[in-house]
Design a protein around this ligand. Structure first.
Ligand SMILES: Cc1cc2nc3c(=O)[nH]c(=O)nc-3n(C[C@H](O)[C@H](O)[C@H](O)COP(=O)(O)OP(=O)(O)OC[C@H]3O[C@@H](n4cnc5c(N)ncnc54)[C@H](O)[C@@H]3O)c2cc1C
Length: 425
């Protein structure tokens, strides 16, 4: 069931192991020296999963953690750090080797998102928008020529991509989208706008490089196009700032003013984009769930550590019953979310759709759980949690995950619809 890591991935792992060999892991349940110890663990079902997780954890400690608070404060995307993810084989994590990828599966996707998000969810969101919404989507749905043309640069980090589905007036109701692509000879003329697009820009004024954009090609027909920076009529409407959280990932409005798109940039068949959208939403939801696991784990670690050191009424905080309730509940909730996420991940085939119920369930549970655990960490840490702390940032970042990639309410509706005909569970 699990895909073996590709030669490209092996080279990246070797490079990372040399570069980060001195980094000590700050917390780990992994027994890296004993590969057999990981073979029965659903979070690291093979030694290769454990290796990827360890590599990303070391990279996160060495390179992601030191910049996270600053880039959040400055509301800036760290493009240089993003390119380093290309060096480590992370940008093409799910892409077959012949296009420059590492060729791994959904469990590896969860491990990478959990580890990055334990330090910097906003950076991880930019990573997700590129590696899954653009790269994985194209790897699964593009034709040979498109994959050869875009994936090697997307895997190396020479190109940064994103995906445009949402519009100012159509979010949850996405199938009502108004952006249109009208046939003109062999080309299409793209007109409209997309809103809330992660990686839409790399700074206040500069567009990202390439996007997968969903557009209406008929009253009941939605198609998918590759739109490239430099195409006439394609521009950055605005960078959307002052977000509650995820401030180190860029969010933008993209404007298409009669952009001529060659037929070569149509992904899949005209009118056939819904299947691409649904298939990619499944892996997106599970990755967003894994991001919440990272937030919960780090918040738990922070509150646990603080409760041992801080003394109140001549006792460490951890001896007070109400504090024990926060920590005990957080641990159990995190472990429940973790088990659900990795259980679904190992059954999710990236080439197929059909996991809507469980990916909705994972995202619904873990994103609320991540937000609650981060909130509880602030409560346990009092003023030290509320002001200028990791948990304060994680709490703000956690909020988006109940909105982006599908709101809580859309998951409720989907789940009720999916289980309507099931009498026994
Ligand atoms: C920081 C950020 C990054 C994003 N990145 C991307 C991206 O890269 N690409 C992209 O395409 N999109 C992106 N999005 C958009 C995101 O997917 C949408 O915000 C989301 O789908 C919700 O749409 P909306 O904001 O228009 O809310 P609305 O759809 O207007 O919903 C508002 C509220 O009404 C509720 N609601 C709506 N319809 C119903 C109903 N029928 N029954 C009950 N309740 C309902 C919703 O659940 C929600 O609570 C991003 C958003 C943000 C904030």
């Amino acid at each position: 069931m699990f895909r073996p890591i590709s030669k490209v991935g092996r080279t990246c792992l070797k490079r990372a192991n040399t570069r980060y060999s001195q980094v000590k892991l700050f917390s780990t349940s992994l027994d890296i020296d004993n590969p057999l110890s990981t073979s029965v663990d659903i979070y690291n079902p093979t030694p290769e999963h454990a290796e990827i997780r360890e590599m990303v954890r070391k990279f996160t400690m060495a390179e992601v953690e030191p910049q996270a608070a600053r880039f959040d404060r400055e509301e800036r995307f760290n493009h240089e750090l993003f390119k380093k993810c290309g060096d480590l084989g992370l940008l093409g994590l799910t892409v077959p080797e012949q296009y420059g990828g590492t060729g791994m599966d959904c469990t590896a996707v969860c491990a990478v998102h959990e580890e990055l998000s334990a330090s910097d969810p906003a950076f991880c969101l930019a990573y997700l928008a590129h590696s899954l919404l653009f790269v994985n989507n194209l790897a699964r749905n593009g034709n040979e020529e498109q994959k050869q043309r875009f994936l090697p640069d997307a895997c190396s980090g020479a190109l940064i991509g994103g995906m445009g589905m949402s519009e100012p007036d159509y979010g949850t109701d996405v199938l009502g989208m108004q952006t249109s692509a009208k046939k003109d000879g062999d080309d299409y003329i793209l007109k409209g706008q997309k809103y809330w697009i992660t990686n839409g820009c790399v700074d206040d004024h500069t567009l990202g490089d390439a996007f997968l954009v969903y557009a209406r090609t008929g009253p009941k027909s939605i198609s998918l196009f590759i739109v490239e920076k430099g195409m006439e009529g394609f521009s950055l409407g605005q960078r959307i700032k002052n977000k509650c959280g995820m401030r180190a990932s860029n969010t933008a409005e993209l404007v298409f003013d009669n952009v001529r798109i060659p037929k070569a940039n149509l992904v899949g068949d005209e009118g056939g984009a819904l299947i691409c959208m649904m298939r990619n939403l499944e892996v997106e939801r599970i990755a967003l769930g894994a991001m919440s696991l990272g937030i919960a784990r780090r918040s738990l670690e922070e509150m646990n550590r603080y409760s041992k050191d801080r003394v109140a009424f001549k006792q460490p905080l951890k001896n007070h019953g109400q504090i024990q309730r926060f920590i005990g509940n957080s641990y159990a909730q995190y472990m429940a979310g973790r088990s659900y996420t990795y259980d679904v991940a190992q059954r999710l085939d990236l080439d197929e759709s059909g996991n809507r119920l469980e990916t909705d369930g994972v995202k619904l549970f873990t994103t609320a759980m991540g937000q609650q655990v981060a909130d509880d960490a602030i409560q346990v840490m009092g003023g030290a949690g509320y002001v200028d702390s990791v948990v304060e940032r994680l709490f703000r970042d956690s909020r988006l995950l109940r909105i982006g990639g599908g709101t809580d309410e859309s998951h409720h509706k989907n789940i009720v619809r999916e289980i309507a005909d099931i009498d026994t569970f």
